[in-house]
Ligand binder design. Structure first.
Ligand SMILES: *[C@@H]1O[C@H](CO)[C@@H](O)[C@H](O)[C@H]1NC(C)=O
Ligand SMILES: *[C@@H]1O[C@H](CO)[C@@H](O)[C@H](O)[C@H]1NC(C)=O
Ligand SMILES: *[C@@H]1O[C@H](CO)[C@@H](O)[C@H](O)[C@H]1NC(C)=O
Ligand SMILES: *[C@@H]1O[C@H](CO)[C@@H](O)[C@H](O)[C@H]1NC(C)=O
Ligand SMILES: *[C@@H]1O[C@H](CO)[C@@H](O)[C@H](O)[C@H]1NC(C)=O
Ligand SMILES: *[C@@H]1O[C@H](CO)[C@@H](O)[C@H](O)[C@H]1NC(C)=O
Length: 729
């Protein structure tokens, strides 16, 4: 709430008060709602501007409900009513003492009314004769009923009427203080329009008359206000005109202009020109204090609003006149075209479209790509971009391979036409008025192989292609085979292939899987599919997925000639068995790993006495797992020193090339092995499959003392044969 030169100015933030905030004037006699009609009659002016987010109430110092203390100090009380949080009433008051000296005559051309005030000490005649002053002074004491008012329209003089009657017709008078005040809304029957230098003006001419015994007092109250609406010039200016003087004759002493309600700038700057008795104000669209607003109606428009405050001072022979004019100028709706720029990069297979010149009060709310709402992913994004001038922009990036992009194969050229119809839906704030803008982009590029995603599951590996375009161009290979429904059925792959979506589920252990890092807990399974150019069979890319799986039972022959077996021995042996004591046909070949129920063997195909057979074009390697089932864990080999050996060549190398001996008193049925690999097996004591010697359970190689052997016999005399628990594979 501020004291301006001739009015209280109250500004309210709409976000606080709400769009439907209302004001009430308050004085000793009561509370008065400031409605539109009441405001024009009583000297209030309310503007609500969503563009600036403000509501403004200006109350003339002579408004109906100000407390005019001798017309020197003015107090105003009012209520602000907000419905935002229920009906809330904010009571405010302020007292202003205008610092600007009152001119003998002041005319105010407000937005909704005209107001004239004259110093009650000024007589109608020239000079300041004491008599005249005293005569007019008695206006102080007189009641308004003593006065009458006569209006003049053009040259026509109306019948006088009482002030009471005039007030009923919408006029307002204030006669009791230092100044005589008269106010009228625009467009009253007693005012008239006229043209001054080609500019429309509204004129009101009231004459107050008081007849007292021998004296007749007449006070002329004239207001002439420019009704020029402002004109838009295509070079981006709004031009406002007002007559240099409201009537011919007076010397003009000053013209001041302000666009934002602030300090009046003296005319004379390039934008305020006085010519041919006309003051011409040119306002550039970006003038300080101007308000810009977007508007959507089919197309996108914008308009500008300027609050022009003009002050003119005239010097007459008898007195000075100050004229203040307040006008709100609005440009017509000006087209506000947006533009798009195609910044696509074919090498990156990327559509890039820039939408620019988007006004600050307009936001992108929805984006449709080829008719579908855009999904923002790795291959589709939109970002707001600041623009050095004129608003902001949006940069849309969509990969050619995004599902939203339409692809059309051009057989003749072997290229693909990628196209994207972009439909932007923009919203004008704060009303959320929607505006749609569309643009299409296309690009030619080679087809890209389909993108396949792979995921691990508990039971296998799944591959899928979301956007399986041009399947006539591409095929899928598993190794050297081409994936077809028949191949899938034969190998137990689950495949679905419809409406540009391909899904392939490969169950674990089905053909094509590779296995690595096998332990008792887990192993890695790998499956690879190849995307091939259908015509040439050239591999375009390989999609390889490796997943960890939990090991239960497993047998794998790897390409480098190794057999790896995880066998659950609990299924075939009595409980309490120790899989760690199992071995292959070759009793030196024990498990690499074992737990309570399972043993893991890993050995070259041709070792551990595997049997080899040929069968229908396959080489079959067969071995057996033997298992004593003994809980006795006494099978041990201990030696104080490492063994040594020497190589002796004989004439029949097949009979064996190596012998080795451990020095010291040793009793075993077999020579100790010489290779490091075999040393591990040596922990499992030798047991002969056939022969007269029973299995040796404990071998001790000692430097001193007696050799110690402990031979345990099975029920049938051969420990290894008990139960003959074997697994053939
Ligand atoms: C005027 O406002 C002040 C607070 O600014 C308050 O204390 C005072 O009571 C108000 N006066 C009236 C008459 O409302
Ligand atoms: C205007 O000013 C000129 C020179 O200052 C003076 O001679 C003339 O009388 C003035 N006219 C009016 C109407 O005051
Ligand atoms: C002023 O009047 C002259 C003569 O009538 C005319 O040529 C000129 O264009 C007018 N200037 C403006 C700004 O209207
Ligand atoms: C764009 O979207 C708007 C609003 O959703 C719709 O009215 C308009 O027809 C669409 N234009 C095109 C070219 O798809
Ligand atoms: C857009 O840009 C791409 C890449 O420069 C170009 O191939 C295409 O012709 C351009 N025009 C349209 C309308 O998409
Ligand atoms: C998927 O189906 C299309 C025809 O609908 C066919 O051309 C294509 O070869 C099929 N893909 C596979 C991998 O079977």
């Amino acid at each position: 709430m501020e004291c301006h030169d001739r009015s209280f100015v109250i500004a309210v933030d709409l976000s606080f008060a709400g769009d439907d905030a209302r004001f009430e004037a308050v004085d000793r006699t009561g509370t008065y709602a400031i409605t539109e009609g009441y405001a024009a009659k009583c000297g209030y002016s309310v503007t609500v501007s969503p563009a600036s987010g403000r509501a403004e109430l200006r109350a003339s110092y002579f408004s109906c409900h100000t407390d005019k203390r001798d017309d020197r100090a003015f107090a105003f009380r009012f209520n602000l009513l907000s419905r935002r949080d229920g009906d809330v009433v904010y009571g405010l008051n302020k007292t202003c003492v205008p610092s600007l000296k009152w001119s003998p005559r002041e005319v105010s051309c407000e937005l909704n009314y005209m107001e004239v005030s004259v110093d009650s000490g000024v007589s109608c005649a020239a000079g300041t004769k004491e008599d005249n002053r005293n005569v007019l002074r008695h206006a102080h004491g007189s009641s308004t009923s003593d006065w009458q008012v006569m209006f003049q329209r053009d040259e026509e003089q109306m019948e006088p009427m009482s002030l009471r009657d005039a007030e009923e017709q919408g006029y307002a008078f204030h006669l009791g203080g230092e100044r005589l005040v008269f106010r009228t809304p625009y467009g009253q029957p007693d005012s008239f329009m006229a043209m001054v230098n080609g500019i429309p003006v509204e004129v009101v001419h009231a004459t107050l008359v008081s007849r007292r015994r021998w004296s007749l007092i007449m006070v002329d109250l004239v207001a002439t206000c420019s009704m020029h609406q402002g004109a838009y010039e295509d070079d981006g200016h709004v031009v406002f005109k007002t007559p240099e003087a409201p009537y011919p004759g007076p010397n003009v002493t000053r013209v001041g202009v302000s666009f934002d309600g602030g300090i009046f700038e003296d005319g004379g700057s390039g934008d305020v020109v006085t010519e041919n008795d006309t003051v011409r104000i040119r306002i550039p669209l970006d003038a300080k204090g101007g308000l810009r607003k977007s508007f959507a109606s089919g197309d996108l428009y914008e308009f500008y609003t300027f609050h022009v405050h003009l002050e003119q001072m005239f010097e007459d022979e008898d007195a000075e006149t100050r004229l203040r004019l307040h006008r709100m100028l609005t440009t017509p709706l000006l087209p506000r075209p947006l533009f798009t720029q195609n910044r696509s990069v074919i090498e990156e297979r990327l559509f890039q479209v820039y939408l620019g010149d988007v006004p600050q009060d307009v936001r992108l709310v929805l984006l449709r790509l080829n008719g579908r709402e855009a999904l923002y992913t790795n291959s589709c994004s939109v970002a707001a971009v600041a623009q050095p001038s004129r608003g902001h922009g949006y940069l849309l990036k969509v990969s050619f391979d995004d599902p939203a992009v339409t692809q059309r194969y051009q057989q003749v050229y072997g290229t693909v036409q990628y196209s994207l119809d972009i439909n932007y839906t923009l919203s004008v704030l704060p009303e959320n008025e929607l505006y749609a803008y569309s643009v299409s982009v296309t690009a030619l590029a080679g087809p890209s192989p389909p993108v396949l995603n792979a995921v691990c599951s508990e039971s296998g590996i799944s591959f899928d292609a979301d956007h399986w375009a041009f399947d006539f161009l591409w095929s899928i290979g598993v190794g050297s085979d081409t994936l077809t429904p028949e191949l899938a059925a034969r190998r137990g792959y689950k495949m679905s292939n419809q409406s540009h979506k391909l899904q392939l589920d490969v169950p674990l252990h089905s053909r094509g899987f590779r296995y690595e890092e096998i332990t008792l807990e887990r192993f890695l399974g790998t499956f690879e599919i190849l995307v091939k150019e259908r015509q040439t069979g050239a591999v375009e890319k390989a999609v390889t997925k490796t997943c960890p799986f939990v090991t239960s039972e497993l047998i794998v022959c790897s390409t480098d000639g190794r057999m790896t077996v995880v066998a659950d021995l609990s299924r075939i042996t009595p409980s309490g068995a120790a899989p760690s004591t199992s071995n292959l046909l070759d009793t030196f070949c024990g498990p690499a790993e074992a737990d309570d129920t399972r043993a893991l063997f890993s050995f070259p195909l041709n070792s551990c006495r595997s049997k080899v057979k040929l069968h229908r074009g396959h080489v079959i390697y067969q071995n057996e797992i033997f298992y004593s089932g003994s809980e006795d864990a006494d099978e041990r080999f201990e030696s104080d020193d490492p063994g040594t050996g020497s190589v002796i060549f004989t004439k029949r190398p097949a009979a064996g090339i190596g012998t080795a001996a451990l020095r010291g008193p040793v009793t075993t049925t077999r020579a100790a092995p010489t290779t490091a690999a075999a040393m591990r097996s040596s922990a499992t004591p030798a047991r002969k499959r056939l022969g007269s010697n029973p299995a040796v359970r404990y071998v001790r190689v000692s430097k001193h003392g007696k050799p110690h052997t402990d031979v345990k016999k099975g029920a049938n005399g051969y420990g290894w044969q008990r139960g003959r628990n074997g697994i053939d594979f």
